[in-house]
Every structure is written in C-alpha cells, then in structure tokens.
Design a binder for this molecule. Structure first.
Ligand code: EPZ
Length: 430
C-alpha cells in the first residue's frame, strides 16, 4: 500500500536491473532557495522566489519565517514573502535542530533589527559543522555575542564595515556575511569566500535588492544599502539533484535527458562521469543527455570547494565506483564524517576500505539487494542508486533524510523506468 503522505516511517522498495530511459525535469536548487528565502527579511517590500522545490527543508524555512512574524505563501513552486514587519528575532531550537541552515536568519535579522537569538545549530551526522566563521564576521561588524542556554544571543547597534578573510571556505558563512553587511553603506571586503553557484544566486538577489557586490576571484567587495528593494527571482537548478539523476542514468546503462539544468554548474561532475565512460551530450542551454551501457571505469575523486568536485556528490559517485571495472579512490576533504553510507553499501556487497578521509573502492560486477538505512541526505540518495543497480530487492529506510533535499525522487526515477515504490504504513492514530 503506498500513499503520498510523507512520514518518518516511509521506506523505498526498489527492484534493481532496469536501464533508465527518458526525459526528466530537474527541480530548483535547495541550497540556493534557503538563503534567498532568508534574504526576504532584509526588505519590507514584497518578494517573489520562483522554481523553489517542494522539500522538507523549504517547509522548515517557511515555518521559521512565519515564527519571525513574516507573511509567507508557497504555491506552484513559488514562494511569496512580505516581511513588512519582522515581529520576532528568536529562532527556536526545535526548528534549528531540524535544519542547520536556519542559522542563515542571523545575518538578515542583525541587519534588519540589530538583534538575533538563534538555537545553536550543533553538529550533524556528517560533521561538527562549526559556525565560528559566521560569528567572527558578526563580531567584526560590532555584534556582541553570548552563548547561553543553548542559544546564540546576538546584538548590534550600527553594523560597522568589515574586512574579513575566511579561515575556511564556507558556503553559508559567506551567505550569512553578505546578508549581515547588505544594509551597511560603507565598503566591506570579504576574502577567501565560497563561490558555489548557490552563493552566486544569492549575490544576484542581493544585487536586485540594491546591494553593490563586486566579485574578484575569491574576494567580494560589498557596499550595502539602508533601503533594500523587494525582488522577483527564479532560483537556479539543483546541480546535485541533476548529478544524482545523471549518475542513475549512467550506472544503470541507460540513456536519460535531464531538462532544466545548468551544465556549467556541473562541470566537475560531468568530467568525472565522462572519465567513468559516460557519453554526455549538451542539448542546448538547459538540457543534457547521459548515456551509459559500456564499461564503467574506476575513478580517483577528491572533494573540494566549487568549482572542484562537490562533496554533495561524493556518496553518489561511490556507488558508481562500487560497480566499476577496477579500484577507485575517493577522498572527502570537506567534512570529517561523510562516509556513513559505506557501512550500508557494504551490506549490499560493496568492497570498500576506509583509511582516514580516503575510501578505497574495489569495483565488482554487481551489488546485491538488502535492507539499508539512510543516515543523511546524500547517503540516502546513494542507497537509492545502489538499489537501482543491485540484484534483487533493496529496502531503503529512514527516507525522511532524502525528502529534505529531493522533490519526489521516486516519481522522477519511476518516470525513467525504475522499479521503485514509496511505502508508507499509515500509523494508527488510535
Ligand atoms: C553548505 O553547508 C551546504 N548546505 C551543504 O549541503 C554542503 O555540503 C556544504 O555547503 C559544502 O558545500 C547549504 O547550503 C544549506 P560549509 P555549510 O560552511 O555551509 C567548516 C546538502 O547535502 N566550517 O561550506 O554548512 C565546516 O565544518 C548539504 O545539501 C567551519 O569550520 O558548509 C565544514 O567542514 C549538506 N567554520 C567546511 O567548513 C564555519 O564557520 C565547509 O562547511 C563554517 C564552516
């Protein structure tokens, strides 16, 4: 029995062996949507954000904005926000725990209200996920910061211009800093910034709102504006969902066309796919075709900040390496604990040995179906991919992790011919 309600008891039932064929449209980017939704706090004017995916994380972000007293409407993949007044600067712990990206309200709240109280985001399963760089920028801008009772209490009179060199390249750290400085009219300089497409999409939005931002290499020069305008923006495609579907098409020996993608955001992934033996055709500005079917070559992958190979694609490419013709090496340089999918893949017969931040993957002809458990968003995607190529049936449990970052993945895969069902036991309310 399946139904479409999402519950944490949902699991996927997958029968492997089908070659994926056909065309599928990729959703808008989760990691661009979230900071852009928080940027609406910077203006009293109405904002429209289009191509927003229907995800648990988006729903969490909407809930958080409503808690802050903001009017939000979400229909037809479009978020309408009017932050005429922001009634609160308190981001409760229970929301932040559900979604670490909630920390992205801090910058806008400080810029708009001079106050923010946010639950400590804490670590998650893939790593410590520190936010020291976010806080350093706030402090340099004149913010007093106290951590007590599990909350970060932040307060600033007038935000001062900042010169800061990030000690680590941080995506949300860069985004928080940009929003924090967006209403400070004096010149600020951020060095060693993140340049992910999702960061640049936020830059586009801030420019539309009236912030002057120059980008030279990994340096950004910001001149804010006291009086920021509303905006109408279409979010970029999700390059990680696109990459996940591209890997699915290739490893099943299929022939898939992905629509609504931005090939230039996928450079490093597409290069690795071609190295593995895929045929990749660019069909116009926003369509790519990925063809598999031949030998799968082993790979050497080392994750790094954009434009390097994305850490968010590491687990998915590991599945490709599990059935490659040879030995692959995957090094995870961004997070300290992003190999939790390895145990579950080993239950499916994968031969992987971990040495610190490097995984050595001994490719084999096939994997075998098993009951496996998701541990985090991208790990769950890798288990689905493994199920698609495994012999027999695979059960992927705890797929609420997947629903955080993939919109209707099972329907997209089914439309390409995959044998996958979402199973939900309607929990008795009695
Ligand atoms: C963003 O997380 C993404 N999330 C992640 O995507 C992605 O994996 C990550 O960037 C790297 O690309 C969103 O954009 C919402 P970081 P973020 O700050 O910003 C350390 C997914 O699957 N660091 O770039 O939290 C940190 O511990 C998610 O969609 C500090 O030490 O990542 C990590 O090791 C998972 N101090 C490294 O930097 C700081 O102040 C990169 O983290 C900030 C970060």
């Amino acid at each position: 029995m399946t139904n479409t309600t999402l519950s944490d008891s949902d699991f996927f039932l997958i029968r492997g062996g089908e070659r994926l064929k056909g065309t599928v449209r990729v959703s808008g980017s989760k990691n661009a949507s979230l900071p852009i939704m928080m940027a609406t706090l910077l203006t009293e004017e109405p904002c429209v954000i289009r191509n927003v995916p229907i995800l648990l994380d988006v729903k969490n972000a909407i809930e958080l904005l409503e808690i802050l007293g903001v009017d939000v409407k979400f229909e037809n993949h479009t978020v309408y926000v009017e932050a005429k007044n922001v009634g609160s600067y308190f981001a409760p712990d229970y929301v932040v725990r559900r979604m670490r990206a909630s920390i992205l309200v801090a910058g806008p709240l400080l810029a708009r209200l001079g106050r923010a109280v946010v639950g400590m985001p804490g670590g998650c399963s893939i790593g410590a996920r520190s936010i020291d760089q976010h806080l350093k920028v706030f402090e340099k801008g004149g913010t007093t910061i106290n951590v007590k009772g599990g909350y970060i209490h932040m307060e600033v009179e007038n935000i001062r211009p900042v010169e800061h060199t990030f000690e680590v390249i941080t995506v949300t750290g860069t985004e928080n800093a940009l929003m924090f400085l967006s209403r400070c009219e004096k010149r600020s300089v951020l060095r060693n910034v993140a340049l992910e497409p999702e960061v640049m999409d936020l830059v586009e939005v801030l420019r539309k709102m009236g912030v002057e931002i120059e980008v030279e290499g990994r340096t950004m020069i910001i001149r804010g504006n006291e009086d920021l305008r509303g905006f109408d923006h279409t979010v970029i495609p999700d390059r990680i969902e696109a990459g996940t579907l591209a890997v699915a098409g290739f490893i099943t020996g299929g022939d898939v066309v992905l629509e609504g993608v931005c090939p230039k955001h996928m450079g490093s992934q597409l290069e690795k796919l071609k190295e593995a033996g895929a045929t990749v055709e660019l069909l116009g500005l926003d369509r790519i075709r990925v063809i598999g079917g031949g030998k799968i070559n082993p790979l050497e992958i080392s994750t790094s900040e954009y434009p390097g190979f994305p850490t968010d694609m590491q687990a998915q490419f590991m599945v490709l390496c599990c059935i490659a013709d040879g030995i692959s090496q995957i090094t995870e340089n961004i997070f300290e604990n992003r190999f939790q999918h390895v145990n579950e893949l080993q239950r499916m017969g994968a031969r992987i040995s971990l040495r610190g931040k490097t995984a050595i993957v001994f490719g084999q002809d096939r994997l075998s179906g098993a009951e496996v458990f998701s541990t985090d968003l991208r790990a769950s995607a890798s288990l689905v991919l493994a199920g698609l190529v495994a012999e027999g049936t695979t059960i992927v449990r705890e797929i609420y992790h997947l629903d955080r970052g993939y919109e209707r993945l099972e329907e997209k895969l089914k439309s390409l011919g995959a044998c996958i069902e979402r199973v939900t036991y309607a929990r008795s309310t009695g």
